[in-house]
Design a protein around this ligand. Structure first.
Ligand code: GRF
Length: 207
């Protein structure tokens, strides 16, 4: 069954593009039903429109609370039959209003090897700390900031002379690889959130 996705964005949308390309290549059995941006004029909206994917700009400043914003977004996503939500460069903290509407079906891509360097900006934090290996993480979203169970990670070296931009670019290439792959697992029903003792974990297919 083709998975109906909603993608929330705030910026360039290169991860959105990677998702759409994976769908076009039939590596991901999904359909992006709606792209929502909280930033007017985000390039992600243009990328979506070019591929005839429906878009919406929802100005978070027009809402009194995060919850009210999320409720509006949820109703738009539901209106399009969305089953799972991807935060692809969405620079807002989401609330239980969104999480409870799509239980275990909200996925985020973060440009750091969690649990190191949650929040923003991941690449700058890695450079400032002086780590020699950086990376990116796909995780299920929970009520914390970048704390949900990890689905997939990729590591990249930090090179002498790296700037925040050069490291971020190296990370993005990996993000574009692991996010569609994780979504393909989700679409095939192969992601299982296990809740036992300790932290929830995501069981993924053996690769
Ligand atoms: C990515 O680095 C993502 O990990 C972070 O924001 C950036 C978004 O890039 N959350 P893009 O909009 O997908 O190009």
């Amino acid at each position: 069954m083709t998975l109906a996705l909603g993608v929330l964005v705030s910026g360039s949308g290169s991860n959105l593009e990677a998702i759409l390309e994976a769908i076009a290549r039939r590596e991901l059995d999904a359909e992006v039903r709606l792209v929502v941006s909280n930033k007017r004029g985000a390039f992600a909206l243009e990328r979506a429109a070019r591929r005839d994917v429906p878009t919406a700009f929802v100005d978070h400043e027009a809402f009194p609370t995060r919850e009210a914003f999320d409720a509006d977004v949820v109703s738009r996503l539901r209106g399009r039959g969305v089953e799972a939500v991807v935060l692809a460069g969405f620079m807002r903290i989401v609330t239980p209003v969104l999480l409870e509407a799509f239980p275990d079906r909200v996925v985020n891509i973060h440009p750091a090897l969690l649990p190191a360097f949650p929040g923003v900006p991941g690449p700058r934090q890695a450079l400032e700390y002086g780590v020699k290996v950086a990376g990116c993480t796909v995780h299920m979203v929970d009520a914390g900031v970048d704390t949900g169970p990890i689905v997939a990670q990729a590591a990249v070296p930090v090179l002498a002379g790296d700037t925040e931009a050069s490291l971020a670019a190296r990370l993005l290439r990996e993000e574009h690889r692991i996010l569609p792959r994780a979504l393909a697992w989700l679409a095939r029903g192969e992601l299982v959130v296990e809740r036992g003792a300790g932290r929830p974990r995501v069981r993924v297919p053996a690769s």
